[in-house]
Design a protein around this ligand. Structure first.
Ligand SMILES: [Zn+2]
Length: 322
């Protein structure tokens, strides 16, 4: 069955199937959502359906015809897929030009050609301008599927020529279940899922960076925080940030990311403490203090000073009554 590999995106699949059944397919799609939400899987499934030459239903591929076999083997001549190469920052303009040249040619086998562009928010303005002409007057039978994480960095001229399909993040509980099935202990899985706002891609990045392990150690240290230990905690944060980065600028961002864990910890504590009657104000003050520090570090404040100041003040804020 087509779209089986696209899990947790029932709405998207329903919409794509309806478009295929209705036979009114746009010539350009823009799949928007965070990494790991199934955008590429959906694009490939859509392409597969479009290239199958023995469809019994407009929204299903047969899985048996020569086109299906070529597609499954990754060698269908009317399908191509481009994106940012490993170690590069942008989609190379040569790839975009190559795509335009192939689009101008007749399909080799099927009645159409399908082009997938990953990282569409990372094409240069020059490439986007050149690509615009193809998008405006697409050669017959071409379908473009652009994939992006957000629309913010995409030229409006490109966005306005595409049918936008949004891929939502997962409910954190569903993501936590998936992470747990993938070998994480329940507590870490839940924390990562919440911390990544249900984005599977972000959760994977955090996991690879060992952020859940950092968090566990951090919580233990914060619960024992006394004024005397404030400077040691600064040292620890700075060292952890250093280990997670390759340059000074990276270290600043890594430090902010680690401090986000501390802010999230105090926010969670405040939530657990219940309404204002339970006295979570002091805890919220702590979360605010951490957030302020993140901003100060972002605005070029000296990292160590900002951290020392923060931990000394955190140690002084009175404990929340249990
Ligand atoms: Zn087929």
């Amino acid at each position: 069955m087509a779209f089986e590999s696209v899990t947790e995106q029932e709405g998207v699949v329903r919409r794509l199937r309806a478009m295929l059944q209705g036979g009114r397919l746009p010539h350009a799609f823009l799949f928007v959502g965070s990494v790991g939400t199934g955008r590429l899987a959906a694009a490939r499934e859509l392409a597969h359906v479009l290239l199958c030459s023995a469809r019994k239903r407009p929204d299903e591929y047969c899985g048996k015809c020569a086109d299906c076999r070529l597609f499954a083997a990754g060698s269908h001549p009317d399908y191509s897929d481009t994106g940012v190469p490993e170690g590069k920052q942008l989609v190379p303009i040569e790839s975009v030009r190559g795509m335009e040249r192939s689009a101008a040619l007749k399909p080799v086998r099927a009645g159409r050609r399908v082009f997938v562009m990953r990282d569409a928010e990372r094409i240069s303005l020059e490439a986007a301008n050149s690509f615009l002409k193809t998008l405006e007057e697409p050669p017959g039978g071409c379908v473009f599927i652009l994939i992006a994480s957000s629309l913010r960095r995409m030229p409006e001229t490109v966005v306005s020529r595409c049918r936008i399909v949004r891929f939502a993040n997962m409910p954190p509980d569903a993501l936590a279940d998936r992470l747990e099935a993938d070998g994480l202990v329940a507590e870490d899985a839940q924390w990562l899922a919440r911390r990544a706002w249900g984005s599977p891609g972000l959760a994977r990045q955090f996991r690879e960076a060992g952020l859940h392990e950092f968090n566990r150690e951090m919580v233990e240290k914060l619960t024992k925080l006394a004024e005397a230990g404030a400077f040691a905690l600064s040292d620890w944060f700075l060292q952890e940030a250093q280990e997670r980065s390759s340059s000074g600028a990276d270290a600043r961002i890594a430090l902010q990311e680690l401090l986000e864990c501390a802010a999230a910890y105090y926010r969670d504590l405040a939530l657990a403490a219940g309404g204002p009657a339970a006295g979570p104000d002091a805890v919220l003050d702590r979360a605010d203090l951490v957030l302020e520090t993140i901003e100060r570090i972002g605005a070029n404040a000296q990292g160590r000073l900002a951290l020392d100041r923060m931990f000394v003040r955190l140690a002084r804020v009175p404990e929340v009554p249990a």
